[in-house]
Design a protein around this ligand. Structure first.
Ligand code: SF4
Length: 218
């Protein structure tokens, strides 16, 4: 059994959200649209191509349109040379797998780049730091040494570099354990940060009894 990088970053936001997303993967989110727009731009294709790709997977033209209106492509990205995109990575040793948005080259070294929507005032969101740490670990397991990565925030055009340390990697391992526990059927507590719940797609089902929603996603 493997944990997925997107699952561990969802767990950081709310363990129960991670539980729901694990069982209900079809719903498109802004990040799905933004990813297609970014990848198409970086590969030299236009937004029609991005929409073509998006619409093969999801049926939500409005969501794509809104993402396209908000998307910003900043020139700082030109400093990073794309090496490859959507790379499937896996490590049996740490029971982790994931699809890396982009592998980039900067000053003759390779680094992971992940996409996010809006940036915090400084630095990056913890969930994105964890994502990068996880991809650094996966890249290392696949022969690419890196202790640094980039987050590109597609709705405000901010590119930020992140140094990955021991603590980040240790935290990734703890999260893998927790995510694997959810895969075995454990129903986690709700987040204590009720502000997150205001925008959550699962707010209704989440307020029902665990025995009810556990069967809903079977
Ligand atoms: S409603 Fe709140 S507690 Fe429930 S899954 Fe969403 S964010 Fe988590």
């Amino acid at each position: 059994m493997f944990a997925n990088v997107s699952e561990i970053s969802a767990y950081v936001v709310c363990p129960r959200l991670c539980y729901f997303r694990m069982r209900d993967k079809i719903k498109p989110r802004e990040i799905n649209a933004v990813k297609e727009i970014y990848l198409s731009r970086r590969k030299g294709f236009d937004e029609n191509w991005a929409f073509e790709r998006f619409s093969q997977m999801f049926d939500d033209e409005e969501l794509f349109k809104v993402a396209l209106e908000n998307f910003k492509f900043d020139r700082s990205l030109e400093r990073l040379k794309p090496v490859d995109w959507e790379i499937r990575l896996k490590s049996e040793k740490i029971k982790l797998k994931g699809i890396l948005d982009e592998l980039v080259e900067y000053r003759d070294r390779k680094f992971p780049l992940v996409l996010s929507l809006r940036s915090p005032k400084d630095d990056v969101w913890f969930r994105d730091r964890i994502k990068l740490a996880a991809f650094c670990m996966l890249l290392k397991a696949n022969g690419v040494n890196c202790e640094r990565g980039f987050v590109y925030h597609c709705f405000d055009g901010k590119l930020r570099a992140v140094e990955i340390g021991r603590k980040d990697r240790y935290y990734v391992l703890k999260l893998i354990e927790r995510v694997l526990r959810l895969k075995r059927g454990f129903v986690p507590e709700k987040t204590r940060n009720s502000k997150i719940c205001e925008k959550c797609d699962y707010v209704e089902v989440c307020s029902s009894k665990p025995s009810t929603f556990a069967s809903k996603f079977l």
